[in-house]
Design a protein around this ligand. Structure first.
Ligand code: PHE
Length: 517
């Protein structure tokens, strides 16, 4: 492959993004997802409204951006998806890479299901098919939810869009990094920006919009004393920026050797948070309208977070709005685009890992990974037990798994393997925005301390109170079981031999003195 980089950079035959813009758009595509649209507005509202912006910003600056840089540094220097990159940094670290990839794999399986629902609702918007009782329609007619349990009845209204989503994933991945993933983002992200701006402007012109914004932004300062609010802010940031999942490691590994990493990271983080705020404004302006229509206060409305917000509350508002069909179609199309660009980032991480470890060609790996994930996704989420399983898996993978991953990552890299200075030098050597020792202090001390407190608190709650009143065996299988599965699989996969890989010729670039210390 022709390399246009200066001679000092040894040529390599790894595919790359076509340039910085491609990388930035793809990274924004990964970050901006369902988390921005259905997670952030509700979490912010429930966790102190305007006051939530403080823990949110603290989490972004003390852990979000620093750990994003750490992900970038590892992927960019060691040029591999998570397990390979960690292994090249320090052999023993490979297992951590696998743990992150397992979490990604688990998330992909249910994330795809939500995109499939959005795809159905995009179609339903044209004739407002959800009718008057949007909750009954979503849970009953559409998902056909059964009692907690494992059911094998396939719901075809979900299975068909789910198949469409997985086929699209397979095609995009098989086309590769530049021709597939980058292309989708270069087209999708600007489109998403325009669509979403249109939605927000429309929402702001609805009667009641200002009351919605007041409800959203009115600070409840007391919330700042509540540890749970801080936990919510940190997990929101992690999920939203796609960090500590090995995804950003993989993305950075496809960046050219000479590439401005930290400045790109700042652009991505800024874009993601702006989008998140914009979504909060749009969603609450719309809810203000709903409250106005029903002559109630916003705090009397129910279903302001997660799937219920998008698939029950929003359809209800859309039905009441003049021109609701178009608003609805654009809203669900935005959800599909935002979700899809995140889903392909997750699977790119998994496919790249499988390719490297098992010495497969890109195509074979991309196709087999998509096919396996699709099958699992089908068996779990196109059946009548989907909704509950999704919620439980989400809770454990995000609030426990990813926090654990971030703690282990920062402690291992900074304290055990002592690679902090090296990675800082690496980023500074290639980037224009230079990191001082403050970065190491954040990654090595501030972030892990906060995260450990959060994790312990969360575990205490889960162990003592269970989850959402669900039966113990159910939480055991879908909650703790998810984590146990990720841990066991990462141990097994680490133990398997690397096929056809001779890493002796690999040289990190640029050469840095700290390497041999
Ligand atoms: N960041 C995405 C969102 O906000 C979700 C995601 C998580 C993507 C983990 C990749 C990895 O929805």
């Amino acid at each position: 492959m022709a390399e246009t980089t200066p001679a000092r950079v040894a040529p390599e035959n790894r595919e790359t993004w076509t340039g910085n813009t491609g990388f930035i758009l793809a990274a924004i595509g990964s970050a901006v997802g369902l988390g921005n649209i259905w997670r952030f507005p509700g979490v912010a509202y429930e966790s102190g409204g305007g006051a939530f912006l403080i823990p949110y910003l603290v989490a972004l600056l003390t852990a979000g951006i620093p750990i994003l840089f750490l992900d970038y540094a590892i992927g960019h220097r060691y040029r591999g998806a998570a397990p390979l990159a960690y292994r090249r940094m320090k052999k023993k670290a490979e297992a951590l890479g696998w743990f992150q990839i397992m979490l990604s794999f688990i998330i992909s399986v249910y994330y795809a299901a939500v995109i499939a629902w959005a795809l159905s609702y995009f179609v339903f918007a044209f004739d407002l098919r959800w009718g008057e009782d949007t909750a009954g329609f979503f849970v009953g007619e559409y998902l056909q939810v059964s009692d907690p349990g494992v059911s094998t009845t396939i719901v075809s209204s979900v299975a068909i869009p789910l198949a469409v989503v997985w086929i699209a994933v397979l095609v995009v991945l098989a086309l590769g990094v530049a021709k597939g993933v980058e292309k989708v983002n270069v087209i999708g992200i600007p489109l998403l920006g325009i669509a979403f701006a249109g939605l927000v402007i429309r929402a702001l012109t609805l009667p009641g919009a200002m009351d919605g914004l007041n409800a959203f932004f009115t600070p409840d300062w007391g919330a700042l004393l509540d540890l749970d609010v801080w936990i919510a802010a940190y997990s929101q940031i992690f999920f939203s920026l796609s960090i500590a999942f090995g995804i950003m490691v993989t993305y950075a590994s496809y960046q050219r050797r000479k590439a401005n990493m930290t400045s790109s990271g700042l652009v991505v983080a800024f874009a993601n948070s702006s989008f998140e705020l914009l979504a909060g404004i749009g969603v609450f302006a719309t809810l203000g309208f709903l409250a106005f229509r029903q002559s109630v206060q916003i705090d009397e409305l129910e279903g302001l977070t997660g799937p219920i917000l998008s698939f029950v509350t929003f359809p209800a508002v859309i039905s009441e709005m003049p021109g609701g069909n178009i608003f609805g179609a654009v809203f669900f199309a935005s959800l599909v685009i935002a979700g899809f660009t995140s889903l392909i980032s997750i699977l790119l991480g998994v496919a790249a890992t499988v390719q490297e470890k098992f010495g497969l060609s890109w195509r074979v790996s991309a196709i087999s990974v998509s096919a396996v994930c699709a099958l699992i996704s089908f068996s779990l989420f196109s059946t009548t037990s989907g909704l509950l399983a999704l919620d439980t898996v989400d809770q454990f993978a995000n609030n426990v798994g990813i926090v654990l991953s971030a703690i282990v990552m920062s402690v291992l890299v900074v304290w055990v393997f002592r690679r902090g200075q090296l990675l800082r030098s690496h980023l500074n050597a290639v980037s224009t925005f230079h990191l001082g020792n403050w970065w190491l202090a954040l990654v090595g001390i501030v972030a892990p301390v906060f995260l450990v407190i959060m994790l312990v608190q969360k575990l205490i709650t889960l162990v003592s109170e269970g989850y959402e009143g669900l039966p113990g065996w159910y939480v055991g299988i879908f909650g703790w079981g998810t984590l146990a599965f990720a841990l066991v699989m990462s141990a097994i996969l680490t133990a398997l031999p690397w096929k056809d890989r001779d890493d002796s010729a690999f040289r990190p670039w640029p050469e840095l003195e700290e390497e041999n210390r």
